[in-house]
Design a protein around this ligand. Structure first.
Ligand SMILES: CC(C)(COP(=O)(O)OP(=O)(O)OC[C@H]1O[C@@H](n2cnc3c(N)ncnc32)[C@H](O)[C@@H]1OP(=O)(O)O)[C@@H](O)C(=O)NCCC(=O)NCCS
Length: 145
């Protein structure tokens, strides 16, 4: 039920703005494996307002570059179609896979902060922030193509 409610919120935001956390499907089978996309965080954070890139794939699909492929497409939309100047990403300090993905995308870690949505004293409260600006993304795109 919680998962369905979240999917409904993602769908509503996409209908309202035209972009958001998109469903990710395997090209070969069309199987739904998670979401990747762009979002305006609902919490007020030290660097608000901002647009973040975020992701969550079913664990069976980790380790194959699928999140990277989808994230790259989302960044192209963010910097291209939406003409954003900067896209951020943040995660709990201990989230090694998410941080590795941010680094693969060329994002740079700039600061740490306490996430106000996580209770004080909780091990996931300490977060790290990564940033990517349009110029750096364009340079990476040129190098990749
Ligand atoms: C964060 C998350 C999306 C990362 O997924 P992932 O599969 O590790 O990320 P990628 O798609 O970049 O895949 C990288 C792995 O695939 C491998 N890979 C294979 N082909 C690849 C390719 N063409 N390109 C990139 N990586 C490739 C890499 O070597 C790497 O392997 P490793 O895990 O053994 O180091 C996933 O762990 C997840 O959904 N976590 C739970 C949700 C979560 O924590 N979200 C963030 C909350 S803030």
């Amino acid at each position: 039920a919680e998962s369905d409610a979240m999917a409904d919120r993602c769908q509503a935001l996409i209908e309202e703005r035209g972009w958001g956390f998109w469903a990710v499907e395997l090209k070969a089978s069309g199987a739904f494996i998670g979401f990747v996309g762009l979002h305006t965080p609902s919490a007020t954070l030290p660097f608000s307002p901002c647009v973040e890139i975020g992701w969550r794939l079913a664990a069976d699909y980790w380790g194959q570059g699928l999140a990277s492929e989808a994230a790259w497409a989302a960044l192209k939309t963010g910097f291209g179609t939406l003409d954003l100047s900067e896209i951020l990403s943040f995660t709990a300090i201990e989230n090694r896979r998410s941080r590795a993905l941010m680094e693969r995308l060329g994002m740079r870690e700039t600061e740490e902060f306490e996430h106000p949505g996580v209770p004080v004293g909780h091990p996931l409260r300490r977060h790290c922030l990564y940033r990517l600006d349009r110029e750096r993304f364009a340079a990476q795109l040129a190098a990749a193509e």
